[in-house]
Design a protein around this ligand. Sequence first.
Ligand code: LLP
Length: 414
Amino acid sequence: MSASRRDGVLFVEDCDLTTLAERFGTPLYVYSRAAIESAWHAYDQAFADRDHLICYAVKANGNLAILELLAALGSGFDIVSGGELARVLKAGGDPGKVVFSGVGKREDEIEQALTAGILAFNIESRAELTRISAVASRLGVEAPISLRVNPDVDARTHPYISTGLKENKFGIDIHQAEAIYAEAAGLPGIRITGLDFHIGSQLTELEPLADALSRSLALVDRLAQSGITLSHLDIGGGLGIRYQDETPPTPQALADRLAPLLDQRPQRLLMEPGRALVGEAGWLLTTVEYLKPGHRDFAIVDAAMNDLLRPALYDAWQRIETVAPGSTEPRVYDIVGPVCETADSLGSNRSLALEPGALLAIHGAGAYGFVMASQYNARPRPAEVLVDGGTAHLVRERETLDDLWQGEHLLRTS
Ligand code: LLP
């Protein structure tokens, strides 16, 4: 593991977290380069005996330095906006390894992606197909496309992050996909290259994924009969991580489960992991401001729901530990932030030995942490640090008060 205790103090790689907090202040996101790279290699090795491409889901953590180190490993990227494409390019990513997902691609974003020369558009509706055909024709290019099918399987995860059921807004009903492929085959500016699904996030079971793949492969066979051959299959992302006591499947278990289904199929396999690559490689450091005993004992810390939204939005549980051993007896606290919302909680019923000034580390904060942060309550967003051995690189500066009103204009009415 990339976090360990030395003389009771929590380290990430060879960096003492108390020193990082003193140097960069809190709240502070800390990432481990070694943890990200080893998670990426674990995925890559699991699928080594098959032509494959890992397209890291940028939405999980889009920090340029993280994209840069993944690009250097040869990773591809899964994007959902023109902004994410711009980030990938800025970080040195290869546009030829980019897939573009998302239900609401704007015309300018489609144009941007076509101009960059991405690997494929994951098309989520018939209307989007028509639009991409029109934009590509206007530009005189061909858009490589795959249809994101909705296989109607229950991913058995939190309803907010489940995407493969027919009542979800994502993808094209698998029963209509054949007709839409046939239509795509006749459209100008369209080159059919693949098929894609993504059924949800924080998956802790493999069967829903295997089920989605089986249904998709049956479709691939039907398409082949009508003369539509595909060069890639994209199985989306979704492998979970261990926040508490989950036992999510490893990439190797995923590869082993899918191997007999894929058998000798010639298609290149694409996958879009986000959380599994960066989730356990990040921590949010926060300092206790006040202890407020009462009907419930509150520890009020300097991080809040604007910095880490998952507990408030999904009632998500993330492990919280003191960075250094406390000199008090443990008590059961609700860890809350300064934001004026009852939902502003980072964790309840946590047994911790706390005193004002104590430093806490929230685990599992590498994915869907900073990217979901806001400036709510006029709180500048935290800094981000990437640890590499004993070196800590500041990869995003803490926002300043000036950043808060950047681009705003006074009326100057008086
Ligand atoms: N591909 C597509 C098309 C996606 O929509 C997603 C995530 C991924 C890949 C990556 O999924 P992952 O491997 O990270 O599970 N904010 C939520 C998670 C939202 C996931 C949205 N889509 C959370 O904090 O739990």
